[in-house]
Design a protein around this ligand. Structure first.
Ligand code: UT7
Length: 332
């Protein structure tokens, strides 16, 4: 039998730390409001010269090092981001170019906060069906230069940050060793506009126009309360589903790594699942919401801190724009 194991993990965050107090200088907000509503204390902003592919490349290199792979060992790339360098093509090919591995296929995943879970399930499928033995999965995001740093944009500007995370996935035939166990992926497109950037858009005539900027279509729009309401239900559903798929209980989980959007959502999920503090990982206090990067960035830090160890049963779960959500369970 073919299974998939995580051979390595890595992350990268830009150097520049932006505190809530720094945001107070640009908009009517407060450290107190941001911490109370979201749990976020600071985030990273990329340097002017850094691109979102650069963040993904740095994370990918860290994961390759951790796995002991060379770029030439990568047989396929899956890249999740909502902040690509270009409208098209996606970041996958740019990463492939930067890694210098000409000819290697690259798939772009557009599932926002759930992008890493969608990518993980996809890569697992490719490996298990025998198409590839080694896949590089990256989630990286450059939000900062798209944020509206005024009071008008404060509802989202205070939440998002930049960063990248990556995992190296490889085939194994050992059913008792570390391996990916189960995934579920869900979507409800009726809520597409509740967390979206509406332009540029091929549904508009033309795709781009100055009026789009004036109408606020070119920045993130979020119905925060609606997203919150769905998130606290969908996270436990996806987690319970993946536990049932594998026939295990919540109490069997060594670590839950949820998408890092809001500490209140994470706390609600922790409570609903009956998990103790030490079984749920959160680092959004330092990085804010890094969308597709948030789960691999959290996983990488959890490994570095010794919170996620080889042999642990780990669950990852995400909810976000689409709406899309899902969960993955694996033995690390
Ligand atoms: O990763 C994708 C998934 N995204 C999420 O999971 C986000 C889910 N939603 C949330 O996390 C929360 O809804 C937010 C953190 C975004 C907002 O928290 P909330 O408790 O739902 O606040 P609210 O949007 O209801 O806003 C409350 C008040 C409003 O003022 P009024 O209308 O009560 O006078 C806002 O205008 O807070 C105001 N407000 C702010 N005040 C200071 C909104 N943004 C800010 C701000 N600073 N940055």
């Amino acid at each position: 039998m073919r299974y998939t194991r995580i051979a390595g993990v890595g992350h990268y965050v830009p150097e520049r730390v932006v505190s809530n107090h720094e945001l107070e200088k640009h908009m009517e907000t407060s450290d107190e409001w941001i911490v109370e509503r979201s749990g976020i204390r600071e985030r990273r902003f990329a340097a002017d010269t850094e691109t979102s592919t650069d963040l993904g490349l740095a994370a990918a290199k860290a994961a390759l090092d951790n796995a002991g792979w060379k770029p030439e060992d990568v047989q396929f790339i899956v890249y999740a981001t909502l902040s690509p360098d270009m409208f098209f093509p996606g970041n996958g090919v740019l990463l492939q170019r930067d890694l210098g591995i000409e000819g290697v296929g690259a798939l772009d995943v557009r599932n926002q906060c759930s992008g890493f879970i969608y990518g993980l399930a996809t890569a697992d499928g490719f490996i298990r069906m025998g198409m590839y033995d080694r896949v590089l999965l990256v989630g990286a995001e450059l939000h900062s230069s798209g944020l509206v740093m005024t009071t008008e944009g404060r509802d989202t500007a205070v939440l998002f940050g930049d960063g990248g995370g990556a995992v190296c996935l490889e085939v194994t035939d050992d059913p008792d060793g570390g391996r990916l166990l189960a995934h579920n992926l869900h979507a409800d497109g009726r809520y597409a506009e509740d967390l979206a950037m509406l332009a540029p858009s091929a549904a508009k005539r033309p795709w781009f126009s100055a009026s789009m900027i004036d109408e606020g279509l070119t920045t993130t729009k979020m119905n925060g309360r609606e997203v919150f309401r769905h998130a606290v239900t969908r996270f436990p559903q996806a987690i319970n589903e993946v536990l049932e798929q594998e026939g295990v209980q919540a109490s069997d989980i060594d670590l839950l790594i949820p998408h890092q959007a809001n500490l209140r959502i994470i706390d609600a999920v922790k409570k609903k699942m009956g998990l103790s503090d030490d079984k749920v990982f959160a680092n959004l206090q330092k990085y804010g919401n890094t969308t597709a990067a948030s789960i691999p960035l959290a996983f990488s830090e959890a490994v570095a801190e010794g919170r996620a160890k080889r042999g642990d049963l780990i669950c990852m779960a995400a909810f976000g724009s689409g709406f899309t959500w899902g969960a993955s369970l694996f033995r690390f």
